[in-house]
Design a binder for this molecule. Sequence first.
Ligand SMILES: [Zn+2]
Length: 437
Amino acid sequence: MRNLLVCVAALSAPPALAQQLSPQEQRIRDAVVAGYDEAVNLLARSVNVASGTFNLAGVRAVGALYQKEFEALGFSTRWIDLPPALGRAGHLIAEWRGRRATAATQRLLLIGHLDTVFEAAGRPFSRQDTVGYGPGAADMKGGNAAVLLALRALKDAGALDDLVLTAVFTGDEEAAGRPLSVARKDLIEAARRSDVALAFEGGDARTATVSRRSASGWVLTVTGRQAHSSGIFRDGVGYGAVFEAARILNEFRERLAKQPYLTFNPGTIVGGTEVRYDSGAVRGDAAGKTNIVARRVVAQGDLRTLTDGQLDSARATMRLIVSSSLPGTSATISFDQGYPSMPPTDGNRAILAVFDRVSQDLGYPAIEALPPDRRGAGDISFVADILPSLDGLGVDGFGAHAPEEGIYLPSLKMAAERAAILMTRLARSRRPATSDR
Ligand SMILES: [Zn+2]
């Protein structure tokens, strides 16, 4: 009854200046502060286990470390192995159903990842004042530590029993195994059993992520007629593969470069009479002569869009440009599946609004939506079409994807305080009985 009164009071209160926390929320905040040193210790231990995506043993070892933490909180955990053909370590899943949870409790999905872009051992975790250094310190071992600090605080404050939680820490976020339908099957299934998704990729004090762009790739292959260069532009010889590739890429730029939220980047190009190219390794070499019209060009790039519609239309435009060949040439373009987009929905903005309120009630800044072109694709994109989703709840850092990566340690405390109270408030917002998402 007391909880209900507090809840109603909070809903009807005028916009707060700061520190509008219920007694339970105060206890949660105190518990985060009390658990902070231990969380930094967990962060240090996890950073010291090198876990580049292709270091399968390392990813599993980091997973085992978190698995113990979840089990100590009473979660049931399991490790998901992926088929060996995918060449990835697998995922950690941890589940919790609190004793006081009801059918109306909103079920929360918490998303983290175990792997880092950086593959080598890197330097061990080190700390200078309020900054911690080490590969993955921010992206996203810091985010994982924030999740566990938040959960520990919820338990210590007696609030965990109100929650229904599924945590999925994937082992291949930085380079997902293919096919994606297999690599992301367990994450998607967890989303279908949940009502709101919260992801803990890096964030900052003032923003969170309600939309992320899709990210996919393309390979352009152009063929020309090999001939003596003195005949170029004439009938029977044509323009050669290099001019045709230049025309195509330039028309991509002219037709598409100004579209909001759309970007595409040719990352490599090789051309000549003999071309070897490996699109998996994104590597190739070419040979030719200046007096021979080039026979072949391969270019490879990425493509990022805000919605599936924008992706379809960009691909259609690119195909059209590719098919309008100069004389004596032909070209094809292939697109890979890639990461889906996370469009900004009303549901996502509603979660952002709750998060903004939480942040201000804690005395932290107001939260705005991060512009979608300011971050790459991520795991949350695979579930954002299933349930309302918010990302960027993790820690603030710098130098991601490098051995000098660092985390501003106080952001770990801020992230955990905000996440823990966000979870309790979201869990209380009643789930519709007819929900059939
Ligand atoms: Zn990440």
